[in-house]
Design a protein around this ligand. Structure first.
Ligand code: ZN
Length: 130
């Protein structure tokens, strides 16, 4: 879809810290994270939200979420994970996406999305380059 930020990320027109990719979905780090390692899973095809996304994509996304959870546990030592999916109000980008928010014991989620911004590149290196 024209002018959709996430479609542009899928096409590679906008760079992303990709942590997983296959024919159906792409997962990349949120550049304004609420915790260290906050990542998004998006379908490569444009769907607006939970209510129009394909069942195949939903099932597949859960499998990908499992893979990423394992990667997080192994590489960045998380204690838990919060899975969030927003629709309509609260959905900033109108392209279906699932938030995977790593949790750490006694963590402080930063809903204003400033605190962990400067760590994104380091987290990416931890996940991908090790
Ligand atoms: Zn899109």
């Amino acid at each position: 879809m024209k002018d959709c930020l996430f479609c542009k990320i899928v096409k590679g027109e906008i760079p992303s810290y990709t942590v997983y990719e296959d024919d159906l979905v792409k997962a990349f780090l949120d550049v304004n994270p609420v915790s260290n390692g906050h990542c998004l899973i998006i379908p490569k095809k444009h769907y607006e939200n939970f209510y129009d996304v394909d069942d195949e994509i939903l099932t597949h996304s859960r499998k990908v979420a499992n893979k990423i959870y394992e990667m997080f546990k192994e590489k960045i030592n998380i204690d838990g994970i919060t899975v969030v999916q927003n629709n309509f109000y609260g959905q900033a980008i109108k392209h279906f996406h699932i938030h995977l928010i790593p949790r750490y014991e006694n963590d402080k989620i930063d809903w204003k999305r400033q605190k962990y911004k400067r760590h994104v590149e380091n987290i990416y290196k931890e996940l991908i380059e090790k």
